[in-house]
Design a binder for this molecule. Structure first.
Ligand SMILES: CC(C)(COP(=O)(O)OP(=O)(O)OC[C@H]1O[C@@H](n2cnc3c(N)ncnc32)[C@H](O)[C@@H]1OP(=O)(O)O)[C@@H](O)C(=O)NCCC(=O)NCCS
Length: 142
């Protein structure tokens, strides 16, 4: 059975979603917080292999000008099978704004470049732990 993309949270077990996030790996998320941030997002995308959740992503949008995509993550055993491309294409099709941005994990920039994303030259961030973000290579401390 082909992997199905769904755009609602029906049937999602947030512990499974947190496991995908962790195993992808993107980091650690508490299932209850993950549930709230997906429910508070304007667009969600879940990839299902029959009844097994294998990929997650979400986006925020103002509906007119700007959208931002977050948390695209796929179980390792489902990566490199074009599922990420399918999910990203499906999200881009559904976002109605002319501008879409995202923050790539280091080393994944070329995956997004293939889909038409360009590096942002003036992106600025105010993070919870600037030193930790700097040590991972995401920001420059002034
Ligand atoms: C990044 C991720 C979403 C990509 O999805 P995927 O299903 O593995 O990628 P796809 O199979 O759709 O890859 C499409 C193309 O991009 C390329 N690609 C995939 N990951 C890449 C990477 N890290 N760097 C460069 N190119 C990459 C593939 O080689 C493929 O090329 P091809 O079409 O010539 O075969 C997925 O691997 C993942 O969940 N990674 C861990 C979590 C993560 O880093 N998420 C990104 C958050 S910003």
């Amino acid at each position: 059975m082909p992997i199905e993309l769904r755009f609602d949270t029906n049937g999602v077990d947030w512990k499974d979603a947190a496991t995908i996030f962790e195993r992808a790996p993107l980091g650690t998320r508490a299932p209850d917080k993950l549930e709230r941030c997906f429910n508070n997002s304007d667009l969600v995308c879940f990839a299902w292999d029959d009844d097994v959740l294998v990929g997650i992503a979400r986006a925020l949008s103002d509906g007119e000008y700007q959208s931002v995509i977050y948390d695209l993550s796929i179980l390792p055993e489902y990566q490199s099978k074009r599922l990420g491309s399918r999910m990203l294409e499906a999200i881009l099709e559904r976002l109605t704004t002319p501008n879409v941005i995202l923050w790539s994990v280091l080393g994944k920039e070329s995956f997004y470049a293939r889909m038409g994303f360009k590096p942002m030259l003036t992106a600025m961030a105010k993070f919870e732990d600037p030193e930790a973000s700097a040590s991972k290579g995401y920001i420059k401390l002034g």
